[in-house]
Design a protein around this ligand. Structure first.
Ligand SMILES: [Zn+2]
Length: 473
């Protein structure tokens, strides 16, 4: 029933009982207007136009184009059809209708029932073909924008998943939440840590320094050796993406340290000898004792009022079993006895006197390390591809390893040359010597000390049968 006369369409009818319709959509960008804000804007508009507002209809948390039902919108349409409401105020027409089909349905209702529509960004008279045309265009534009937006949100989500940062974890140190933008003060700390570590400072010393300076972790707590290690070892700070521990390519976030620094840090962290650098080894067998069950390096540990022990210490991700522990004093005495016996044997004199020392070993090591760094640079700057880099890196790493062993052999020989050959003199020297000399001598002949599980029904207390010394060839 068309009661309106064409000529009246331009002089907007005054509704008797208008409705304000608000819809809040969950918008990841956070630019959605809150319901209260929408209501205020519509009320202002109603006041200006002199429309009496009879009721506010609000659909909450319903996203555009999701196809979800909007109970309040349905109720509004019913009220418009029954004639209980004859005007609608919205902030934007895309609050009202989400699809062209919805728009057509609204136009149909508005047309049939003589509903006036006002939106804050400009009135639309749906009773005129011009107005309907404008509404359709605006609807189409809004729809396109919304599709673009959902497309963008989907892309962002996919990207986040690829980057492994959508798992609700904490933000990475050095980066803002989301992990893409730098947090500059922290980035400077990361760079400083990398440089100091590569210059030889130990992880515990760095952690201590951060705590003394009051630099918080992302958890707000204190730094530990492991947290500094994890930070420095991460490929993320070199702008690299990883998947299951393998570097998979360039990341979309900026690097804080260079790829070369990253390679060198990884090299240093993987080398137990260099891990200790800068920190005086506290105990005779520090870093030499390994767990006979899982192969982890045993740590010296002492609880208050208890004897000192070397223990398999299970830290997160280390794979250590945590099931081996041994009395430190007894173990050290046992190893010392065995080592002194070996040192006093004639075989050692032969070994020391064999002078096939290779003076080029240090040079070879430096060259191999430089080659490794060069490869990382080539990869970083795109001169070689990933597969090429990985293959060349394997070769270069083996070369570094060989050169390092050669340097270590030379070092061992010169240490052993300082060991007295006379048994009594050897024991006196051992008693008088400091920890550094003892450790150097041990390191020259002992590759590692394995501590195996206690035998069931074995001796009470320390059992030397559990100790196996692996000698250097
Ligand atoms: Zn273990």
């Amino acid at each position: 029933m068309r009661l309106r006369i064409l000529g009246r369409m331009s002089d907007r009818r005054q509704p008797r009982a208008a409705a304000i319709y608000c819809r809040i959509s969950r918008d990841a960008r956070g630019d959605a207007l809150g319901v209260q804000r929408q209501q205020d804007l519509c009320q202002d508009l109603a006041d200006r136009k002199g429309w009496p507002v009879a009721e506010v209809y609000t659909d909450n948390d319903v996203s555009a184009y999701s196809g979800k039902r909007r109970p309040e919108y349905e109720r509004l349409l019913a009220d418009l059809e029954s004639g209980a409401r004859d005007g609608v105020l919205v902030v934007d027409t895309d609050r009202l209708t989400r699809t062209p089909a919805e728009l057509e349905r609204f136009i149909d209702v508005a047309d049939r029932c003589g509903v006036a529509l006002a939106n804050v960004s400009g009135d639309l008279d749906l009773s005129s073909s011009d107005g309907r045309f404008r509404a359709r265009i605006m609807g189409a534009v809004a729809r396109q924008e919304s599709e673009k937006k959902s497309e963008r949100l989907r892309r962002e989500r996919e990207q986040a998943a690829q980057q492994g940062r959508s798992h609700g974890g904490r933000r990475p140190f050095g980066y803002e939440p989301g992990g893409v933008d730098l947090r500059h003060d922290e980035a400077l700390v990361v760079r400083e840590l990398a440089e100091r570590f590569l210059a030889g400072e130990s992880l515990p010393a760095l952690a201590k320094d951060l705590n003394e300076r009051g630099v918080p972790t992302v958890y707000g707590g204190a730094w530990r050796t492991t947290s500094v290690r994890t930070l420095l070892a991460s490929a993320r700070i070199a702008g690299l993406r990883t998947h299951k521990g393998e570097i998979t390519g360039e990341a979309c976030w900026p690097a804080i340290i260079t790829r070369e620094q990253h390679e060198r840090i990884r090299g240093a962290l993987g080398d137990p000898r260099r891990q200790q650098r800068g920190r005086p080894p506290a105990r005779l067998l520090t870093s030499m004792v390994v767990c006979g069950r899982c192969g982890a390096t045993l740590a010296s540990s002492q609880r208050r009022g208890r004897e000192r022990r070397y223990v398999c210490h299970p830290t997160v991700g280390s794979g250590a079993c945590g099931r081996i522990g041994v009395h430190a004093d007894y173990l050290e005495a046992e190893v010392t006895d065995q080592v002194l016996a070996v040192l006093a044997s004639p075989a050692l004199a032969d070994m020391v006197s064999t002078d096939d020392r290779d003076d080029g070993a240090g040079e070879e090591l430096r060259a191999a390390e430089e080659r490794l760094a060069e490869l990382a640079r080539d990869f970083a700057e795109g001169r070689i591809g990933r597969a090429e880099w990985l293959a060349a890196r394997d070769v270069a790493e083996r070369r570094v390893e060989t050169a390092r062993r050669s340097v270590e052999r030379d070092t061992s020989r010169s240490v052993l040359a300082s060991v007295p050959t006379d048994v009594d003199a050897l024991h006196r020297r051992w008693e008088d010597a400091g920890l550094d000399w003892r450790r150097a001598v041990l390191g020259a002949v002992v590759d590692r000390v394995e501590v195996h599980p206690a035998q069931r029904g074995g001796r009470a207390g320390f059992d030397p049968e559990r100790v196996r010394i692996v000698w250097r060839a």
